[in-house]
Ligand binder design. Structure first.
Ligand code: FES
Length: 130
């Protein structure tokens, strides 16, 4: 357990550890990202959180960077150095972006699958609403 001081944090990475991403190597990705951050002594600047499913399983492994609002797809442990470098250079790791927030909404990249329409019954089932 921890209660970190976030006052120096500039980037928050949500690393999907849902079942689809885990089957595709999310644990190894999580370890590689955290090691890269630690090796560069960026722990105060970049905060990471493991999450459950983020609802974009087809894009596994998924990682979301805030506050920029960039969703990454198809990540593997070898991507960790370039991902962290791009954050520090205030650039995007372009070839692995699935969606970007443009101030109005999340815009999907052209080569990324649209995904399923969120009809109420399906959302209830997937979300396990009571
Ligand atoms: S398990 Fe990662 S998006 Fe669903």
């Amino acid at each position: 357990m921890a209660t970190w001081d976030l006052s120096e944090t500039k980037h928050h990475l949500l690393i999907c550890n849902g079942s689809s991403c885990n089957k595709a190597g999310a644990e190894e990705l999580t370890q590689a990202v955290r090691k890269e951050i630690s090796d560069r002594e960026l722990d105060d600047i970049i905060h990471t959180t493991r999450t459950k499913c983020n609802g974009r399983c087809q894009d596994k492994c998924v990682l979301i960077a805030y506050p920029k609002g960039v969703w990454y797809k198809d990540l593997n442990p070898e991507d960790a150095p370039q991902l962290i470098e791009s954050l520090m250079m205030n650039a995007e790791f372009n070839n692995k972006i699935s969606h970007c927030f443009d101030g109005d909404g999340f815009k999907r990249q052209a080569d990324v699958p649209v995904g399923d329409f969120k009809d109420r019954e399906r959302v209830k089932k997937v979300s396990k609403l009571l």
